[in-house]
Design a protein around this ligand. Structure first.
Ligand SMILES: O=C[C@H](O)[C@H](O)[C@H](O)COP(=O)(O)O
Length: 217
């Protein structure tokens, strides 16, 4: 049921892709369905920019050109999944560890389309532990600062991001004010970025329970 829901949400995103443009592509199991669907448009689009080595590999397997973001000045749409999303379309992301590159591409894009299984829709963010990408030598310092903020950071085992950094998954944070917390966490020296996508949330969310599609915009 969940896989079908992810596929349905992913395929619905094709409607937002305009021919002759570069498409921003996120990371994760839902995005994998989107990449597979995007292959049907590969002769219509210019290509893609990708938020992870895994997505780049999958795009290339489908024969979709992948560009360096630095060479792309216009990005009408970015499509990505979420670990949690609220009614304001603010999200927790980074369950797959791709949060930093995802946030960079999201910043460039005109529109962020979130695709997800409807079970990701929550009334309050924070049941899912918040991923924080950290420069390795700052790991202990950042963890102590996160504890001071009320969180319980856990080092993600045997995991290195595409940028060569580590992830602290932070449990029990109070995310009552997502925009403020996003900014505060990013100010801790050694933090590369955190998985709150609140100041730049999704513009449109396509959520599916496997039967119907719900659009939040
Ligand atoms: O780092 C991973 C990304 O933020 C994903 O978008 C997120 O974890 C959701 O992934 P999935 O579609 O596999 O649930």
């Amino acid at each position: 049921m969940s896989d079908h829901a992810k596929k349905m949400a992913a395929e619905a995103a094709l409607e937002y892709i305009k021919p002759g443009t570069v498409v921003g592509v996120g990371t994760g199991s839902t995005v994998n369905y989107f990449i597979d669907a995007l292959a049907s448009m590969k002769h219509d689009i210019d290509g893609a920019v990708s938020s992870s080595k895994a997505s780049t590999e999958r795009l290339k397997q489908h024969g979709i050109a992948v560009f360096d973001l630095n060479g792309v000045s216009e990005l009408p749409v970015y499509v990505d999944g979420a670990d949690e999303i609220n009614r304001h379309r603010q999200m927790i992301k980074g369950g797959g560890g791709a949060l930093t590159r995802e946030k960079i591409i999201a910043a460039v894009a005109d529109r962020f389309i979130c695709i997800a299984d409807k079970s990701k829709l929550v009334t309050a963010l924070g049941d899912f532990p918040l991923p924080v990408e950290v420069i390795p030598m700052a790991r202990s310092y950042v963890a102590r600062q996160l504890v001071k903020l009320g969180g319980d950071p856990v080092l993600r085992d045997d995991f290195v991001t595409d940028n060569g950094n580590v992830i602290l998954d932070v449990y029990n944070l109070n995310i009552g004010r997502p925009i403020e917390l996003e900014e505060k966490l990013n100010q801790i020296t050694g933090v590369v970025t955190n998985g709150l996508f609140a100041s730049r949330g999704a513009d449109i969310a396509l959520l599916s329970d496997g039967q119907t599609l719900t659009t939040l915009d």
